[in-house]
Design a protein around this ligand. Structure first.
Ligand SMILES: [Zn+2]
Length: 173
């Protein structure tokens, strides 16, 4: 990051900006006119004009400002996050649906309800998505969608379980 221009910063007279076309810029002249001075800062001996990351207009004010105002800041951040958000939402909705299906079918005590793989698929269960796997010492692998899980048995049967006292679950006092 550069620093703001003061009276001692002379010498470099070339305005080199990644955004603008290079323009000759006389620091002394600029200072007298009070023109553009605030939007310039010094990087490794080169005066840079700063531009808003969202609308690309020159920025005036503090040397660490990246946006004109709150509107540009929030618009920039919204667009930045919009790219991957739909994918994340889609995966989370699959996981939530899986959880809901297990919860609905698992009416008895945890580990006593068996359903068929077909039954889960018919309800829209997606076996490709789960939040974590619990491996037992016996070599079994329980797949979980949040706290709702299952164990694949023989003959396409699925045993449904609920993880009580989940380590991530906040204790109620
Ligand atoms: Zn802006």
């Amino acid at each position: 990051m550069g620093k703001t221009i003061n009276a001692r910063d002379r010498g470099s007279t070339m305005h080199k900006c990644n955004v603008c076309k290079p323009l000759p810029f006389d620091v002394q002249k600029g200072r007298k006119k009070g023109n553009g001075q605030k939007s310039l800062f010094l990087v490794e001996g080169i005066f840079m004009e700063r531009h808003c990351l969202f609308c690309n207009k020159p920025i005036e004010g503090r040397s660490d400002k990246k946006f004109c105002d709150d509107y540009c800041r929030s618009s920039y951040n919204y667009n930045k996050n919009a790219g991957h958000a739909p994918l994340v939402r889609k995966i989370v909705s699959i996981l939530k649906k899986n959880r809901k299906i297990i919860k609905e079918l698992n009416q008895g005590t945890s580990g006593t309800t068996k359903v068929s793989r077909e039954e889960l698929l018919a309800k829209g269960f997606d076996f490709d998505y789960y939040t974590n796997i619990y491996h037992t010492r016996a070599g079994d692998a329980y797949f979980f969608c949040f706290e709702m899980g299952y164990l694949k048995l023989d003959n396409e049967k699925i045993l449904l379980v609920v993880k009580d006292n989940h380590p991530l679950q906040e204790r109620e006092t």
